[in-house]
Write a protein that binds this ligand. Structure first.
Ligand code: ATP
Ligand code: MG
Length: 290
């Protein structure tokens, strides 16, 4: 049965690496909440949405079972759990990788060297599937945390753990050997049937996320330039649409406004200066709708 009477329920990690970034994203796309710290079920003030704050490990199952309609969770957890959910999109935060790491100066150098070895991990599913695919027999030991000390305690010969900077591995005398899974936060959706209203709300949320992400990767720039350098400046700016060019009171000068991708920003900036632009100002963009 379709429950058109209930709010769209979104699962968010209660407290951890993804919590603030997910709440910032939701606020960034215009959803308002008051005091999420106080309750596990938080009502949205301006949409028919509520957040359920839970441990990240529980999110895929809650979404699979339809307890939550959407969830924000690491691809690593989604991949580990193999639940029946739909991955709507990747969100470029919580970026990390699941890697095999071994004690420095040990004798494990390549996948085949893991044969018969003990590997400690919080991700037994992904780890086992990786070695099964390669036809290599390993012993996987499941630990819920502090995996990086397992080799020193002689519980395991190697580990398979999440890495972002690699500093934790280094501090524990481990070398990152093979990256077996690249991860980022994902927005997942239940495969249970949803009411028309919920589906429309999800569509709206998705569109806003797209605009929010595009905006994060762009900058609005304004500059002044001599009229005669406008053509050169247009060639430098790789904007999608033509820039806005406005005459200034100052004779022969114009103001140019446009949007540039952040990736090209510094390069563009330097070339604009060479082309005669002055007073270059860059602004962050909150959202891009079209
Ligand atoms: P919970 O109490 O909710 O179970 P947790 O300890 O399992 O929390 P966190 O350490 O908060 O989880 O990590 C949440 C997610 O952040 C990970 O599943 C992963 O997707 C991502 N992440 C990004 N970088 C790292 C990293 N260096 N180490 C661990 N997780 C990372
Ligand atoms: Mg967890």
């Amino acid at each position: 049965t379709l429950d058109s009477t209930t709010s769209l329920r979104i699962a968010v990690q209660k407290s951890g690496r993804l919590t603030d970034k997910t709440l910032n994203l939701l606020e960034g796309i215009g959803l308002k909440f008051d005091d999420y710290k106080r309750s596990l079920l938080v009502k949205c003030l301006n949409f028919d949405v509520e957040l359920l704050l839970i441990r990240d490990d529980d999110i895929p199952e809650y979404v699979q079972d339809g307890v939550c309609d959407l969830g924000f969770v690491g691809a690593n957890v989604v991949e580990e759990d193999q639940m029946d959910v739909e991955i709507l999109r990747g969100l470029n935060y919580g970026v990390c990788r699941l890697s095999l790491a071994v004690p420095k100066d040990g004798d494990i150098k390549k996948p085949e060297d893991f044969a018969g070895k003990k590997i400690a991990t919080s991700y037994p599913g992904i780890t086992k599937r990786y070695f099964e695919k390669k036809g290599i027999d390993v012993k996987v030991i499941t630990l819920s945390g502090s995996v990086e000390i397992a080799p020193r305690l002689e519980i395991a010969d190697a580990i398979c753990d999440l890495v972002s900077t690699g500093n934790t591995l280094k501090a524990n005398g481990l070398d990152e050997l093979i990256n077996i899974f690249d991860s980022e936060t994902q927005l997942i959706k239940t495969n249970k049937p949803l009411s028309e209203g919920k589906q429309q709300l999800i569509e709206k949320i998705l569109q806003r996320i797209e605009g929010y992400q595009k905006a994060g990767k762009s900058r609005y720039i304004m500059m002044n330039a001599p009229q005669e350098s406008v053509e050169r400046i247009k060639e430098i700016i790789p904007s999608l649409k033509s820039p806005t060019v406005m005459p200034l009171a100052d004779n022969g000068m114009v103001a140019i406004h446009t949007v540039v991708p952040l990736s090209t920003f510094w390069d563009v900036m330097e070339r604009l200066k060479e082309a005669g632009a002055t007073g270059i100002v860059m602004l962050p963009i909150e959202s891009m709708i079209a």
